[in-house]
Design a protein around this ligand. Sequence first.
Ligand SMILES: Cc1ncc(COP(=O)(O)O)c(C=O)c1O
Length: 374
Amino acid sequence: MDLTNNFSQHNERLMLKHGGNLEQEAKRLGVHINSLIDASASLVPFALPTPLQNCLTQQINGNALKIYPDRSYLTLREAISKFHKIHSSMVLPGNGASEIITWAARDAANHGMSFLPSPGFFDYKRALRCWDGKFITSPLPLKWNSTFPQVFPLEPHRQVAWITNPHNPTGQCWGRDSLEDLLNSQNLVICDEAFLPLVPDGEKESLIPLVANHPNLIVIRSLTKLFSIAGLRLGYAISSPMRLQQWQEWRDPWPVNGLAVMLGIKLMSEEHLLEKQIEKVQNWVKEEGRWLQTNLQKLPSITAHPSAANFQLIESNASLKSFREALAHKKILLRDCSSFEELGENWLRVSLQGRSNNRRIIKAMQQVLRYTSG
Ligand SMILES: Cc1ncc(COP(=O)(O)O)c(C=O)c1O
């Protein structure tokens, strides 16, 4: 058996399942990583605010790398809980939302069949497979309008409901009212709100205020999207203290590294920093989302679907595989959707950038479409 070959094939499969594989794509295309526009991963295009950059520098020169973080993450938990106005025992920081998803899946596996809206974020299946968790996918309607929030369209008759709000990859934001009913009918509801702070007015749809009265609810949050700190890794769970205590006992001793802890404390406790970032990001999603949607819609043979989030799906009635590859050679990376059940090669996901890069994306798309049609 050729292990090296197996490993690289596995890596290729992972690249198709997740955007943001900049290093490998740059190598494949023979270009410098910084020359690429990465519209395959959905991160904000803003530099980390200066006070947070300064915090990281100070911490690198201070103790954050030298000493073990506090295993209980008490100060960080208190800062997060104060922001959300809940008790600190209802918060557990994680090594990105992804680590939290792994533990949520362990509970899901013990509560029966998981119900996964499809197309959906691939990581839920990865996490469920870790624990032999049973799951079933249920197709979401692939046409929707541009009024958000929307009514969650599926009626899960299974024991565990996984919700992504806003949904990835469609960008639909679900109304809290339409999700609330699930809490009374399911053994467990896992609501991934990784992108919710980026959605204009999205916070109103959060299930966090319902956690205190619903021990069967887990809400998952990520800070890696909002601040573009995907390399640092920071997310958290909000759920019942008993559940989180159990996860804390199961997991590695220091899953959140010292730098992420110190940055997390700084940004969650200085609320003006967080609120300023949320306002800036939501304004960007509102303005650039509208601009990109309008301009994508003008492209021939492309349908641009509405989105409340910082990414949009485009669809064609033929394969978009060579279109995506032609754009990659123009140094623009889009998210391949062939790994999403229900979508396939005729779909791509485009993540919002700043205006000049959005212009470059549209211009490059126009050129490729002109070339292939003529
Ligand atoms: C819906 C959703 N949830 C969670 C995550 C993972 O977030 P994190 O970087 O915090 O692990 C992603 C990453 O793409 C995502 O799309």
